[in-house]
Design a protein around this ligand. Structure first.
Ligand code: ADP
Length: 369
């Protein structure tokens, strides 16, 4: 697996394009009120002011790159926020998309790791759409280029990395894999990779979706007070895309890009979930990694902090995302929020977090009725 991984490390070569201005695009997505919320209070405490402002309560206004109200579907989010990242992959950039927010706010729905069946339809989230788009475009480029696609799927739980494709049927030697130690390694170009993780070569949308389905079933979930199915781990699905001109041998013609799609663990504060013991430990490691992620993206996005130390090493999450968050990458965050009054404080925390990730000036509140 380490040798295979080394191939994916050939990311800094002459054919990859130069860095783009490295700031993170931040979108906020408000999910619809669910039936329980509708019957208990029925009112939303979130107002969307298109195209880019969201107001919480009466006067807490935040401006982002994009704001999607509850009526906006998966395809609109994809077209505006995610498609440019796929464009980048074909040009040799890395990409990173993550969904942030409290449990139940719509991260998994948005990323699309639970909706596997059939070709793309209204409910399919970002990961199936990315995969579909990559294969569609690859088809049209296959006469001129050799294209290969591999996927991996891991989760980070309590700062331990688990391979969600470890027992995938074609992962070869299950026994060998189960004893293999997963690690994080840096090569001489500064590329960071996870070693000891299965990378599945995939030839079609269906084959890639089968990996998601299998991996999602393995994802560690633990019941806690807020949501029985709440995921307390960060899940990272990685697409490794290699393109080289037909008939050209050697590394110079080869471009390898990776797209990391991250469904982050719920951002809710431990206190709110009445956590103790193991749950509290989970909560602390989640908070540490989310804070580290914030620090990394705010340093990278702040022109004035250019050249400052980037604290990638503060958590496994930021370490693993090093390549995707750095200069040669397009990154977007979708902050998911609930419109319900009950979630006011958590929604405020999410908006503050997302806002810090992107240094955009807030607009004054208008049309408050
Ligand atoms: P999280 O992953 O943040 O814990 P989920 O994605 O599981 O939250 O969403 C909680 C519930 O809300 C699910 O039943 C999901 O289908 C629904 N939901 C979330 N976002 C939307 C949306 N934009 N439109 C329709 N239903 C949604």
């Amino acid at each position: 697996a380490c040798v295979k991984q080394e191939q994916s490390l050939t990311t800094t070569n002459s054919t990859n394009p130069p860095s783009e201005k490295g700031s993170v695009r931040v979108a906020v997505r408000v999910r619809p009120l669910n039936s329980v919320e509708k019957s208990s209070c029925g009112k939303s405490c979130v107002t969307v002011q298109p195209p880019d402002t969201v107001i919480l309560g009466k006067d807490k206004s935040f401006t982002f790159d994009y704001v999607f109200g509850p009526e906006k579907g998966q395809s609109e989010v994809y077209e505006q926020v995610v498609r440019p990242l796929v464009d980048g992959i074909f040009m040799g950039y890395h990409a990173c998309l993550f969904a942030y927010g409290q449990t139940g706010a719509g991260k998994t729905y948005t990323m699309g790791t639970t909706w596997y069946k059939g070709s793309i339809s209204t409910n399919h989230g970002m990961i199936p759409r990315v995969i579909n788009d990559i294969f569609e475009r690859a088809k049209s480029e296959m006469t001129a280029y050799d294209i290969s696609i591999r996927v991996s799927f891991i989760e980070i739980y309590n700062e331990d990395i688990h391979d969600l494709l470890k027992f995938y049927p074609s992962s070869g030697n299950v026994l060998l894999n189960s004893n293999q130690k997963i690690g994080i390694r840096e090569d001489e170009f500064g590329n960071v990779c996870v070693t000891g993780v299965h990378e599945e070569p995939v030839q079609s949308y269906e084959e890639a979706m089968a990996c998601i389905e299998s991996g999602s079933l393995h994802r560690a979930t633990a019941a806690h007070d807020m949501n029985q199915q709440s995921s307390r781990s960060h899940a990272i699905f990685t697409i490794i895309f290699t393109k080289s001109e037909k008939g050209q041998e050697g590394i110079a013609s080869k471009v390898t890009s990776q797209f990391q799609l991250v469904d982050l663990a719920g951002s809710e504060r431990a206190k709110r979930t009445n956590a103790s013991g193991a749950r509290l430990k989970e909560g602390i490691s989640i908070n540490v990694s989310l804070l580290a992620l914030m620090e990394v993206i705010s340093v990278l996005g702040d022109e004035q902090k250019k050249g400052s130390h980037v604290p990638y090493r503060r958590s496994k999450l930021t370490r693993i995302l090093t390549n995707s968050l750095g200069g040669n990458s397009r990154t977007a965050m979708i902050a998911c929020i609930s419109p319900s009054d009950d979630s006011f404080q958590e929604t405020l925390n999410t908006l503050k977090y997302a806002h810090r990730a992107r240094n955009i000036e807030n607009r004054p509140v208008v049309n408050q009725d």
